[in-house]
Write a protein that binds this ligand. Structure first.
Ligand code: ZN
Ligand code: ZN
Length: 570
């Protein structure tokens, strides 16, 4: 009987091969959704399919059930074998590389006869990748960089969202803090630097007895399996499949370990060069002088101080200009959680939110907010029960009644109005004028390439009633990259018109990302942080948006949420 994992792998491969072969989008997605559903099903899906009951599962229709039965009875799926004959399986790994994707992977095959990742490596070394039509020097460089990783393009090398990885790492960190003898525990690595996606997670622990930490990891209900290592450094796999590496040091050199494990690799290379110029060699074990004496540091700031630097926030450690800035003591004050007074983009059960407005408002107040803007969807998004103008007016009355009753927080009348295909908005100006604040978002046409995405966003930026652009790029991790925006042009107009650009904190969005947000700030735009919460348990997504903003180098003055909305126009 095939396991759920084997069925899911077969469907994933079939979806990937069909995509390479240029199959219609919904067929590809049907196999991918089916794969995800089978993988997460609690019981044997093969047994269900043989009993004709796999179709009880969402995303599993008669076609997919028939293929599961076929796999169970014959050990293979004819459609998959046919797809394998048409398209070399090795191209799947090529298609996963950033900058390539299915179309360019096929072009590489056609132009160079390359059918797998080894062939691609050889073609790159021979300098032939640039011969492929449509392959510019930037893409060649991007692909070449990824090939340095032996696991390039492997499914296991897939990155997961900060929003999925961070809670898992923090849960394990919390458990380890409770272990007797443990003094300090921090999440390190790319999670601490706030990268939007990560390969794996790092946790560093200050403890005198590493064996006790190892034993706690063995016994942890969060850990699915040990992935190797000794007491000082041990890797584990969580149940959802995140690899977490846990390193232990005695408390007196916890600062050295935390600094080392936070990275980035390139930041640490620059630091080691700086240390060498001072006659010091630097590692997670401390700073070693020429005569062999080792200095260790309990706190991370001491490590930087020993090199003549101010402490650098982890989000800025990417080998940009942070060492020069820290040497001059000019490290910027980044926006912090305590600066945030509220937000204006959450949903209620008036559209597709899960709870009523009073519950959302109370949850926002519990987070210490002074205001919360309920921004439900507009009429065109029927799927989300988008509001008609009539219902908008009834919602306003309900908000007035709520404000008369609730204490400690102000509820604002907001909307997430749809930007239609032609750039117009989904409500007329009279209605828009009645809202406290208007967030305008794109929810369709997000696979468009070229300039039309920028034009639609620009039209909304210029609209006199629009206060902010929601999730500007429209990306959805694992599903679509979203629009290719001319972010500089958008940010310049946003700055001129006083329109805020959102960093949407939903784990699969994180949109704008930190690179785009950095560019937007440089062009003079200001940012809005949003959880886009659809229930109280989503409000913490704002913390993810905050990390993205910090990675973009944003200070409190760059973020609208650090001020009451009454100040925004000024
Ligand atoms: Zn939206
Ligand atoms: Zn929304």
């Amino acid at each position: 009987m095939p396991t759920n994992g084997e069925i899911a792998d077969a469907f994933t491969l079939l979806g990937d091969l069909l995509e390479l072969d240029g199959a219609v989008r919904h067929r590809v997605l049907a196999y991918r959704r089916g794969a995800a559903r089978v993988r997460s099903a609690p019981g044997s899906v093969a047994e269900m399919a043989l009993a004709g009951r796999a179709t009880d599962l969402p995303d599993i229709g008669a076609t997919l059930q028939a293929k599961i039965v076929e796999l169970a009875q014959t050990g293979s799926i004819a459609a998959l074998e046919k797809a394998r004959e048409r398209t070399p399986e090795g191209l799947v790994r090529l298609a996963r590389l950033e900058g390539l994707g299915p179309k360019r992977a096929m072009a590489v095959w056609t132009a160079l006869g390359v059918t797998d990742i080894e062939g691609l490596r050889a073609a790159v070394e021979a300098g032939r990748l640039g011969e492929v039509p449509g392959m510019g020097p930037a893409t060649v460089a991007q692909v070449t960089a990824q090939l340095a990783d032996p696991a390039a393009g492997e499914a296991g090398a897939e990155r997961v969202s900060l929003g999925l990885a961070l809670p898992q790492a923090e849960d394990l960190a919390r458990e380890l803090r409770a272990v007797p003898g443990v003094r300090r525990v921090e999440v390190a690595g790319s999670l601490r630097r706030g990268r939007e996606t990560v390969h794996d997670a790092d946790i560093v622990v200050a403890a005198d007895d590493p064996a006790a930490v190892a034993a706690a990891l063995e016994a942890s209900p969060l850990v699915a399996m040990s992935a190797g290592g000794g007491d000082q450094r041990r890797a584990v796999m969580t149940h959802p499949g995140l690899r977490i590496e846990v390193a232990v040091a005695p408390p007196e050199r916890f600062g050295n370990l935390l600094q080392h494990a936070t990275g980035s690799a390139r930041h640490n290379v620059r630091l080691r060069e700086l240390a060498l110029r001072r006659g010091l060699s630097m590692s997670e074990h401390g700073l070693t002088a020429g005569d062999g004496t080792v200095t260790v540091h309990a706190d991370e700031a001491e490590v930087y101080a020993a090199l003549g630097l101010a402490w650098i926030p982890p989000e800025l450690r990417e080998d940009r200009d942070e060492l020069a800035v820290a040497a001059e003591g000019r490290v910027p004050r980044l926006v912090e959680r305590a600066d945030i007074l509220g937000e204006i983009h959450v949903h209620s059960d008036w559209s597709d939110g899960r709870v009523d407005m009073a519950t959302m408002a109370a949850a926002a107040r519990d987070r210490g907010y002074r205001y919360i803007g309920i921004a439900d969807h507009s009429q065109s998004l029927a799927m989300t029960r988008g509001l008609t103008p009539d219902r908008v007016k009834r919602q306003w009355e309900a908000i007035d009644a709520l404000n008369a009753q609730i204490e400690g927080i102000t509820v604002l009348k907001c909307t997430e109005v749809d930007i239609l295909a032609d750039g117009r908005l989904d409500f007329d100006d009279d209605l828009l004028a009645g809202f406290d604040l208007v967030v305008a978002s794109l929810h369709s046409g997000l696979r468009a390439t070229g300039a039309e995405g920028t034009a639609r966003v620009l039209a909304a930026v210029e609209h006199p009633h629009v206060d902010a652009i929601g999730h500007p790029r429209g990306r959805m991790m694992g599903r679509r990259d979203g629009l290719q925006l001319d972010i500089e042009a958008i940010a310049e107009r946003a700055a001129a018109t006083g329109t805020l650009l959102e960093i949407n904190g939903q784990p699969r969005r994180l949109d704008l990302d930190s690179d785009l947000a950095r560019t937007a700030l440089a062009a003079g735009a200001r940012l809005l942080l949003s959880s886009d919460a659809h229930g109280p348990e989503d409000l913490w997504f704002l913390d993810l948006a905050l990390r993205v903003a910090r990675r973009a180098g944003a200070g409190p003055e760059d973020i609208a949420n650090t001020r009451p909305p009454a100040d925004w126009r000024a």
